[in-house]
Design a binder for this molecule. Structure first.
Ligand code: ZN
Ligand code: ZN
Length: 187
């Protein structure tokens, strides 16, 4: 019996087209944290052994990833319970037969950190936002009340994943990785 260590210590997942394939991008708040997760764990995974499972609930899904490692003693598997999103649905229908695994840094910038031409999540440039406490958008009809720019920076290193399965939460007994994850981490 293998004792798997589990971690959900990341912020979420981005799904991006890049380098011809879709990328599964676990997000970390700092580049340093992403590099550490890669160097400590993912770097040692055998690509062909990487398994990704999407366990689906009515509105949520549980992302599960694990692999065999050249350093089994310090190996970790990861999971996260997330809300289904259009990006998730696009990945599900569009990934084909393989995806890349990359880590990402999720950065959030406020008005004081950017140039006037940098664009807010509302789609309007920083220069169109009030320059006081509220930093609301001054464009007609825009209901943005705070300048926030979020960006995902993907690390270059990647691994190829070919073993990707979507399954219903009522149907996990046959899948050892999903079964292990749910039993070790009941939500
Ligand atoms: Zn805005
Ligand atoms: Zn706006």
């Amino acid at each position: 019996m293998i004792h798997t260590k589990w971690s959900d210590d990341f912020m979420g997942i981005a799904y991006r087209y890049f380098d011809l394939r879709m990328n599964i991008v676990p997000l970390l708040p700092h580049r340093k944290k992403a590099l550490k997760m890669w160097q400590d764990v993912i770097h040692w995974w055998y690509d062909a052994s990487i398994r990704v499972r999407f366990i689906e609930y009515p509105d949520q899904y549980r992302f599960v990833i694990g692999a065999e490692s050249r350093r089994p003693d310090s190996n970790v598997s990861f999971y996260k319970i997330l809300h289904k999103s259009p990006h998730y649905e696009r990945f599900k229908t569009g990934y084909g037969d393989a995806a890349y695994l990359r880590l990402g840094e999720y950065s959030t910038k406020r008005l004081q950190d950017v140039k006037d031409s940098d664009v807010c999540n509302c789609g309007h440039p920083a220069g169109d936002h009030a320059d006081d406490e509220s930093t609301e958008c001054l464009e007609d009809g825009c209901d943005c009340n705070e300048f926030v720019q979020t960006q995902v920076y993907m690390l270059r290193r990647k691994k190829t994943i070919t073993d990707i399965v979507f399954l219903d939460y009522t149907d996990i007994e046959k899948d050892p990785l999903s079964w292990n994850c749910i039993n070790s981490n009941p939500s």
